[in-house]
Design a protein around this ligand. Structure first.
Ligand SMILES: *[C@@H]1O[C@H](CO)[C@@H](O)[C@H](O)[C@H]1NC(C)=O
Ligand SMILES: *[C@@H]1O[C@H](CO)[C@@H](O)[C@H](O)[C@H]1NC(C)=O
Length: 494
């Protein structure tokens, strides 16, 4: 009875004060390598560590939550608080995981964009320990985000710990893996770490020794186990290269690909890529449609320009038509434009689709075109790269969420090959005869030609696309779904 009421009290206070461990608030200047991973309403999801100006280390569990949030998260660097100050960086589909296909028990490198300005004061990379065979027995700190009251921002806080002999953990934790985990003792009486500490760096002697994993909680004798950086350091170094990697693609001009349009945010950054279907309709992915709906009034569609920052014509939309399926994972959308496109045939024209159920075979050549992220940040000029259609099996083995019937698999096979990246979502994959094979799906994840890209197969959707196009003609309020059961429409308020 006594015990029960104490537990309830703890639970209530825990919500209000956010945590029980004995932590001390600190400033970002004391630990400038710590960043916050925040969801789309700026609540902290977990903690990350800066490894270089364009890469952050997190746990696999955190990566899983990022994917569950459809990558709509940002990395906040250079702030002592979550939700405010510092700079925000996207991650989108640039994620490099240790052990593919398993996001449960591993570590992950995120490639950030734009790159972080490592001023050494509020943003700094931390060196990793590469060999810790003889545990140091040294004092260390764990630095992460301590939540305040619900809705308020979390503050950076540190906990004093000591790195101790693994034998102590082995005794306490039956699942302790000697090589992959490091044993830590909490120096003050404390309680389990909050979930927002997932990924928090364990730092001693100015170096990264470990990161907190989701299961961390100081158990008996205040002992806990974290991921051990020395075990992963070689892999991490390679993963960093992915964020810095290079590969061939060609800068191009709109006249070569007049059917492609950039879907842009208020600041001209490219949210995703679209393809012209008719004078007033643009083909996009369901993910892109969702982004437009969320950002609505800020979004513009730029057609007829090689560049993202100027030229061409700008259009807005008040209506999105989507292919109805659960979630946003496996569908496409049509954006109806408020003002018609001037299809001059030179800088703007519509594309022809391949036919329903036409087979796009392994070995076929295609070109991907868009304004997506490249090795040098977002290009302001359109770029293209060639791909080969691969056997379905290649994507099936690389991606658990590949949908055989609706998607095809494509890859640039050049050495240091290019791949679709952030901003290329929806980018057209065009056959040598100029017809549309498909559009790049969101879940390519890794912006490197090492892995294939997943492409929505237009042959699966082309009847739906053709029959839905005309719906852009009728006023938005009018119901269209009775004519087409797979159609869902979204009208913006005037
Ligand atoms: C936290 O640390 C302070 C200062 O060392 C100490 O006085 C206090 O008892 C500790 N609180 C808990 C819950 O261990
Ligand atoms: C694809 O392109 C390569 C190189 O240009 C060519 O040799 C090959 O025949 C093409 N494949 C098809 C199916 O057209």
């Amino acid at each position: 009875m006594m015990l029960l009421s104490r537990l309830i009290l703890f639970a209530v206070l825990g919500d209000v004060y956010g945590g029980w461990y004995n932590s001390t608030f600190v400033a970002i200047g004391d630990h400038p390598y710590v960043v916050a991973v925040e969801d789309d309403v700026k609540n902290v999801i977990c903690t990350g560590t800066i490894l270089s100006d364009r890469s952050v280390l997190i746990t696999g569990n955190c990566a899983k939550r990022i994917m569950r949030n459809h990558f709509e998260v940002s990395i906040r660097a250079g702030s002592s608080y979550t939700g405010k100050e510092g700079t925000e960086h996207h991650v989108h589909n640039r994620i490099v995981t240790y052990r593919e296909d398993n996001f449960r028990h591993n570590i992950v490198v995120l490639c950030t964009d734009p790159i972080m300005n490592l001023d050494g004061k509020t943003r700094k990379a931390i060196p990793m320990v590469t060999n810790d065979k003889n545990f140091c027995g040294c004092r260390a700190k764990v630095i992460g985000w301590r939540r305040g009251t619900i809705g308020s921002s979390a503050k950076l806080a540190s906990v004093n710990v000591k790195i101790i002999n693994e034998k102590r953990c082995k005794g306490n934790f039956p699942h302790f893996v000697n090589s992959e985990e490091i044993c830590v003792k909490n120096l003050k009486e404390g309680e389990p770490l909050e979930e927002s500490y997932d990924g928090a760096p364990l730092v001693a002697e100015g170096k990264l020794f470990g990161i907190v994993n989701q299961h961390s909680s100081f158990g008996d004798e205040n002992i806990d186990s974290y991921y051990r950086i020395a075990h992963f350091s070689d892999w991490i170094s390679q993963a960093l290269e992915e964020c810095h990697g290079s590969g061939p693609y060609y800068s191009s001009k709109i006249e070569d690909f007049p059917y492609v349009v950039a879907i842009q945010d208020r600041d001209d950054s490219v949210l995703c890529t679209g393809t012209i279907l008719s004078v007033q309709s643009i083909l996009v992915t369901g993910y892109c449609a969702h982004l437009i709906i969320r950002k609505r009034y800020h979004v513009k569609i730029r057609a007829g320009s090689t560049y993202t920052g100027n030229g061409g014509s700008k259009h807005t939309t008040d209506r999105i038509l989507t292919y109805k399926k659960e979630g946003y994972d496996h569908n496409i959308g049509i954006v109806c434009l408020n003002r018609q496109l001037d299809l001059d045939g030179i800088t703007r024209r519509s594309i022809s689709l391949i036919n329903q159920n036409e087979r796009v075979l392994s070995g076929y050549n295609a070109t991907v075109v868009g304004w997506g992220d490249s090795d040098y940040g977002f290009p302001n000029r359109i770029r293209a790269f060639d791909v080969k259609i691969l056997p379905q099996q290649f994507c099936k083995t690389s991606y658990v969420d590949f949908t055989d019937s609706q998607e095809i698999c494509a890859q640039n096979l050049d050495e240091n090959g290019q791949a679709a990246c952030e901003g290329d979502n929806g980018a057209p994959v065009v056959a040598a005869d100029g017809r549309l094979y498909g559009i790049i799906n969101h879940y390519s994840r890794i912006c490197s030609g090492v892995y294939p890209d997943i492409v929505y197969n237009v042959a699966y959707f082309s009847n739906w696309i053709r029959s839905t196009l005309d719906s852009c003609d009728v006023p938005c309020r009018q119901s269209v779904s009775s004519r087409n059961s797979k159609l869902e429409q979204f009208c913006f308020e005037p």
